[in-house]
Design a protein around this ligand. Sequence first.
Ligand code: DX5
Ligand code: ZN
Length: 230
Amino acid sequence: MAQDFIAPSILSADFARLGEEVDQVLAAGADIVHFDVMDNHYVPNLTIGPLICEALRKHGVTAPIDVHLMVKPVDRIVPDFAAAGASYITFHPEASEHIDRTLQLIHNEGCKAGLVFNPATPLSHLDYVMDKVDMILLMSVNPGFGGQSFIPSALDKLREARARIDASGREIRLEIDGGVKADNIAEIKAAGADTFVSGSGIFGKGRAEDRNRYDTIIGEMRTALASVGR
Ligand code: DX5
Ligand code: ZN
């Protein structure tokens, strides 16, 4: 079974000090960097693009960067993120006219590929592409903003996705995104997730002048995760 990955979402970081923020969460034990790309079209918010991803690499970040595309169309921007140092690129099936082609494009660009499911998007989009996904990302909020509450029906959907992954026999990461905190992360793992995005649950904690503030919250998450076996 896959090792648990804690994936801080930099959407809630202090963008004026982004490199330092990413260094600090990684030093505190985070595994991958979750990078939310919003276009004010597919979702009603506008965030960051390939230049910022490249800047993090130039800053010295070597951890995997998990690019969550909330953009439409998808294909035009994929090579730019690959060149900027993305490790995973995930996209929403509603945002691509040709899901299979987009998954292949991401692989051809040398990245791992994944599909993202909004709360009301059925997992049947996976039916014919299980052999082409490296990650399944379930949204436990509607995409567009940090700081929303976890939608409980995501737990049943996680169980369904976990069953699909186990039946496939492939190594596919099962990631959850939205409203993940230290106090609900254990039940989310128990439902089948192995990759845990948390934005406000990590960056919203503690005082900025406290350089060790992320150690505490990521430590609490690790303890909660360790209480759940697989
Ligand atoms: C929402 C983004 C999330 C967001 C999660 O559209 O995809 O990654 O940063 O934020 P929290 O953890 O605060 O719900
Ligand atoms: Zn995200």
